[in-house]
Write a protein that binds this ligand. Structure first.
Ligand code: CDV
Length: 308
């Protein structure tokens, strides 16, 4: 057994008016619950420290920058790192990153049990649009506020396993999983903020949203023989609803734990990384079965071009 007791720490809604200090206090409380349940690894959502701000159209960059962190750990997050270090819990969480060069990314970090940052990922697949769109029921301005990630999909050795990160919309893209699968990934963490209704199709409500979410996580896990730990920011933020459905998925694609609420909620599972071995050495033994001579289009072409 190579076990990582892993907690998915779902966050309930964060209102615009909520301070970083209030959010970090909630995160620490969840971290303590995870520790009490025996977890050594805790996964938080995308943009954990703030409301899901890409739904708001803002022109004043100084106002936008208030949703970003210029340092990690910084003044607000230092207590979180200190508590994680005391509890010896490794973490992954997402936040808006403002670099010294003034670039903005939707970022996620990975720490070890000593509270040191050992990995960083910047969201590659940014959904939505960059200008105000009156046709939508609500805005999704990730392409306005963030640059596409420039770090690829790396993996890191942590807690005796091989870990990778993706963020929200990335889970709908099999390429993201596969690039990590090709580096032997055994646990993928992913935080998400998924609106409960499609802003461009009101008939696509929470049931469909949860279906597509589970489908994406379960297929990514199965097809790459990896654990997937998917964690929501959920509930109603200033009148805008986000799905819950935080999941731990085993390397066979089966959901082994799922949250039941849209509030701050913890689920824990003892994830045995050895469970990845069967899939990785049989049906998804990539070296034996992949036919890369036929996959060229995947990297040569972004959009679909049907034949004449
Ligand atoms: N934060 C996200 O990336 N949300 C997207 C929405 C726009 C569909 C998601 O894939 O859940």
């Amino acid at each position: 057994m190579r076990e990582i007791s892993t907690a998915a720490l779902q966050m309930g809604p964060i209102q615009k008016s909520e301070s970083r200090a209030e959010v970090v206090a909630r995160m620490i409380s969840l971290l303590e619950q995870a520790h009490a349940a025996g977890a050594v690894f805790a996964v938080f959502p995308e943009l954990t420290l703030t409301t899901f701000f890409p739904r708001w159209y803002v022109e004043d960059q100084a106002q936008v920058d208030q949703w970003f962190e210029a340092e990690m750990p910084g003044p607000h997050t230092a207590p979180l790192f200190a508590r994680a270090r005391e509890l010896k819990i490794a973490m992954s969480f997402g936040y808006g990153e403002l670099t010294p060069e003034g670039q903005h990314f939707n970022t996620s970090i990975l720490t070890n049990r000593e509270g040191e940052i050992i990995g960083k990922y910047r969201k590659v697949h940014l959904p939505g649009h960059s200008e105000y769109d009156p046709e939508r029921a609500f805005q999704h301005l990730e392409k306005r506020y963030f640059l596409p990630g420039d770090l690829g999909f790396p993996v890191w050795r942590n807690l005796g396993g091989i870990m990778g990160m993706m963020i929200c919309n990335d889970r709908r893209w099999p390429e993201a999983y596969r690039v990590m699968g090709l580096q032997g990934v055994e646990m993928v963490t992913l935080g998400f903020n998924t609106p409960s209704v499609n802003s461009q199709m009101s008939s696509e409500g929470p049931e469909d949203r949860l279906f597509h979410h589970r489908l994406s996580c379960q297929s990514g896990a199965y097809q790459n023989a990896t654990w997937v730990v998917a964690v929501a920011k959920a509930g109603v933020e200033d009148g805008h609803s986000l799905i819950g459905g935080s999941l731990i998925v085993d390397p066979n694609g089966k959901i082994v734990a799922e949250t039941k609420t849209e509030e701050d909620e913890m689920i824990v599972h003892h994830c045995d990384l050895e469970a990845c071995n069967f899939g990785k050495s049989t049906i998804f033994d990539f070296k034996r079965h992949r036919r890369i001579e036929h996959y060229g289009l995947i990297t040569q072409r972004a959009g679909a071009e049907p034949p004449d």
